[in-house]
Design a protein around this ligand. Structure first.
Ligand SMILES: Nc1ncnc2c1ncn2[C@@H]1O[C@H](COP(=O)(O)OP(=O)(O)OP(=O)(O)O)[C@@H](O)[C@H]1O
Length: 369
């Protein structure tokens, strides 16, 4: 089933939780609603489900206005962060519950229910737990059972609200890979809410980035990561370094320093903010604080060398005097590069970006170079 939301608005008192949100969720896609806490993700999910009424706008299910359709009739399966399975029921009975609750004419026979429950438990790879009770399961197992239970009523849409939010990092990672695999088998239109960018980028076909009740960008994980439409999106999708600068020919003036910037996108003199991710910056030693060199001056504060790459924390320096600018940077280099450059804490260096994403300071237009 496809879902469209059109110009949805929702306020709680004076607080506008959703402000004119329009989105398309094509049939069979797995879409992540991603954004910081309080940006309206859950409210949007609840409106799609029919659990919450929008103040204005429409939800269309397969092209039809769903406003008159009760939540039970929307054929939606839910999984929530703290999805309480019924404690007094076995895993089997939990999964069977939705089928047993169907009106008499539609209710499958007990034999059909048994086959279906075992089929679903096999799908979530927990058939061996059928006789256990929820308190005897791990958090990850409970969420998989919750998903089996949501699937039992053959939903046309799956809505998952931070389904793995309460679990530890390792289990989360396992479950999100597993969810992706499951979705590839079932192809049910699915929307899951998360504030974890890695989870969204790794699992979803498409990512919807929200902030303060509106949509900032939608796109494939690759699109939103490589071509963020706004500084917010850029900053939300990973660690960032930023430079406030002014366009000057094919360069950016950053304080007394200069960064190369070939894009013709901006007028001379435009005030911009340029971003680079930690792996998009290289370092060159600069013991003297040489004047006129390309790059932004900084001093190495810490070198954290644990894995294949080293993380280097730096304090920005202001001009030739080498006073701290108060800004901090983070650079990721291979251990080999660190050794090659003979980098050490306290050393003066220059930051050189291999890629910069530049936005006009007060606008949202951006350019990469
Ligand atoms: N029933 C309500 N009454 C008043 N305010 C509400 C209600 N439900 C949500 N809000 C407010 O609306 C905003 C959006 O809430 P929502 O739960 O949709 O955010 P979210 O993006 O899902 O956040 P989180 O990631 O923390 O769950 C929040 O500021 C919240 O406090």
């Amino acid at each position: 089933m496809s879902i469209q939301v059109r110009n949805i608005r929702k306020a709680f008192g004076d607080f506008v939780a959703l402000d004119d949100v329009s989105l398309d969720f094509p049939t069979g896609e797995l879409v992540a609603l991603l954004g910081p806490s309080g940006c309206g993700k859950t409210t949007l999910l609840r409106i799609i489900a029919g659990l919450e009424q929008a103040d204005a706008g429409q939800v269309l299910l397969d092209g039809e206005d769903a406003s008159g359709t009760h939540v039970r009739e929307r054929q939606v399966g839910f999984v929530f962060q703290h999805y309480a399975l019924f404690r007094h029921m076995s895993v089997f009975d939990n999964v069977a519950f939705g089928m047993r609750m169907k009106p008499r004419g539609e209710r499958p026979s007990e034999r059909q229910i048994r086959d279906k429950v075992h089929e679903l438990l096999a799908l979530v790879q927990l058939d061996w737990l059928a006789d256990r009770f929820p308190t005897q399961l791990s958090g990850g197992q409970r969420q998989r059972i919750a998903l089996a239970r949501a699937l039992a009523v053959e939903p046309r849409v799956l809505l998952l609200d931070e389904p793995f939010g309460a679990l530890d990092a390792k289990v989360r990672k396992e479950l999100r890979r597993w969810l992706r695999k499951l979705h590839d088998e079932l192809h049910i239109t699915s929307i899951f809410v998360t504030h974890d960018q890695e989870e969204a980028l790794e699992v979803a076909d498409r990512v919807v980035l929200m902030d303060h009740g509106h949509v900032e960008q939608t796109g494939t994980p690759e699109e939103v990561y490589r071509h963020p439409a706004t500084p917010f999106v850029y900053g939300f999708l990973g660690a960032v370094n930023f430079f406030h600068g002014r366009v000057d020919g094919s360069a950016l003036r950053v304080g007394d320093d200069v960064l190369p910037h070939a894009s013709q996108e901006f007028d001379a003199g435009a005030e911009v903010i340029a971003f680079a991710r930690p792996h998009e910056l290289d370092l060159v030693p600069d013991e003297q604080g040489d004047a006129g060199e390309i790059g932004v001056g900084a001093r190495i504060a810490r070198i954290l060398a644990f894995g294949v790459t080293a993380r280097i924390e730096l304090d920005g320096l202001n001009g030739l005097g080498g006073k701290s600018s108060g800004q901090h940077f983070e650079v990721e280099l291979t251990q080999q590069r660190v050794a090659e450059l003979n980098l050490a804490e306290g050393q003066r260096v220059r930051l050189l970006p291999s890629r910069l994403k530049v936005f006009e300071r007060n606008g949202t237009t951006g350019a990469s170079a």
